[in-house]
Ligand binder design. Structure first.
Ligand SMILES: Nc1ncnc2c1ncn2[C@@H]1O[C@H](COP(=O)(O)OP(=O)(O)OP(=O)(O)O)[C@@H](O)[C@H]1O
Length: 392
């Protein structure tokens, strides 16, 4: 995946360290450099400023995630960077080459998967697609067949290598899309919603491969996603966008540690509705969930207390494994409560629970996620990014 030395770049870059005397060396490590990019769709009152004066430098071999709600401008930014959409203002350099000076040279080592898919040829087999996309990338497919084998193996597609793409499941098709993007040996790839519609296992496989490609093979990846798990799991750096602008830009760890909210999760067997209602009056209760667990009376060896294992009494338990409905089934009910506890709220909460006679079974702090950081930064409502509406 080696690429010839980047062209010389003139002018100061916003995100380079101002004190760095060796600025030119730093610039040659950039896979992508976007300056003052602006794109407005339409004109007059109906127009939309999709990207508003965005500057962004991406170092080689890093994975940068674009995170933001619908309409934040992520796709438009990617399309402008790829030269698919012409910006109104600003410049884009790819491996040091200004795309305005020569698109062919600038995009020689770039590929993309847009809106979670790619135009794979459904009548061709998986392997034929990889060979085809390597060829149109100017690569002799025979010279990269070992690479294709590796890609197929790592994306769990080996068994399907000779199957026409049309006969694959949606998740597999998506993995073929990714494999096709990588088939020609691009050094910089843009992935717009790469895990859209994938099942958990396929998403995990794809994430693992993206991490490996970046960290072991030096691939530079710019990806957009609504899926916070994907961003947290894969990206070295997160660029949060809202209203066409960058509102935060840092490593996942730095962003997570900047979250201001402190939330605790309590489980208790006797948090009834009345107590929860009282708590709601004085505390920021974010989440309440009742868990039901069933066991035979006296069977306290039964230790699986996961919500997934929860069973409701009388709903077919008797037909499973010989446990009879008439035996002494005991339903254990627990409530999980998540409450924001900034300042002295934790002490007040404990006092209120004690007064209400509530036994606390477990108490943990809730790790903040990127959604919370986004909410902190923008003041938008929780659920804005992933649409899951995790509002209190
Ligand atoms: N071709 C277009 N014509 C008109 N408006 C457009 C066009 N493409 C995007 N827009 C508008 O530009 C804004 C930014 O859209 P964009 O698709 O870049 O956002 P996004 O962050 O990628 O959103 P999503 O997560 O939904 O894909 C939106 O208001 C969108 O409606």
């Amino acid at each position: 995946m080696a690429r010839s030395a980047a062209n010389e770049i003139d002018g100061p870059r916003e995100r380079e360290d101002a004190n760095d005397v060796n600025n030119e060396t730093n610039l040659s490590t950039l896979a992508l450099s976007i300056t003052g990019l602006t794109k407005r769709f339409g004109s007059g009152d109906e127009s939309v400023l999709a990207v508003d004066d965005v500057s962004l430098d991406v170092k080689r071999g890093t994975v940068v995630g674009l995170l933001g709600p619908n309409g934040a401008g992520k796709t438009t930014l990617i399309k402008c960077a790829l030269g698919i959409v012409l910006p109104d203002a600003g410049s884009v350099r790819v491996f040091g080459v200004d795309v305005g000076d020569g698109r062919r040279a600038a995009y020689a080592d770039v590929d993309a998967m847009l809106e979670g898919a790619r135009n794979d040829y459904w009548r061709l087999t998986v392997r034929e697609n990889l060979r085809y996309f390597a060829t149109i990338h100017g690569v002799d497919p025979n010279s990269v067949s070992a690479r294709h084998d590796r890609l197929l193996e790592r994306l769990d597609l080996t068994e399907k290598a000779d199957t026409p793409v049309r006969d694959l499941s949606r998740g597999m098709k998506q993995k073929v899309s990714l494999a096709s993007v990588l088939a020609g040996g691009a050094d910089l790839v843009f992935l717009d919603e790469p895990t859209l519609g994938l099942d958990v296992e396929s998403s995990r496989t794809l994430r693992r491969e993206l991490r490996r490609l970046a960290h072991e093979e030096g691939l530079t990846i710019v990806l957009s996603s609504h899926d916070m798990d994907v961003i947290e799991d894969v990206c070295d750096r997160v660029v949060m966008m809202a209203g066409g602008r960058i509102v935060a830009d840092d490593t996942v760890e730095a962003l997570l540690s900047s979250a201001t909210r402190e939330t605790i999760r309590i489980t208790s067997p006797d948090l009834d509705e009345a107590v929860v209602e009282t708590l709601r009056e004085s505390f920021a209760v974010r989440h309440v969930e009742d868990l039901h667990d069933t066991s035979l009376a006296g069977d306290h060896a039964h230790g699986d207390r996961d919500a997934d294992a929860a069973v409701n009494v009388g709903e077919g338990v008797g037909s499973d494994g010989g446990v009879d409905r008439d035996q002494n089934l005991v339903e254990e009910r627990r409530t999980v409560l998540e409450v924001d506890v900034a300042g002295d709220a934790l002490y007040d909460l404990m006092e209120t629970l004690r007064e209400a006679g509530v036994t606390i079974e477990t108490i943990d702090t809730v790790r903040p996620d990127l959604e919370e950081v986004f909410v902190d930064v923008t003041g938008m409502e929780a659920g804005a990014i992933d649409g899951r509406g995790r509002s209190p």
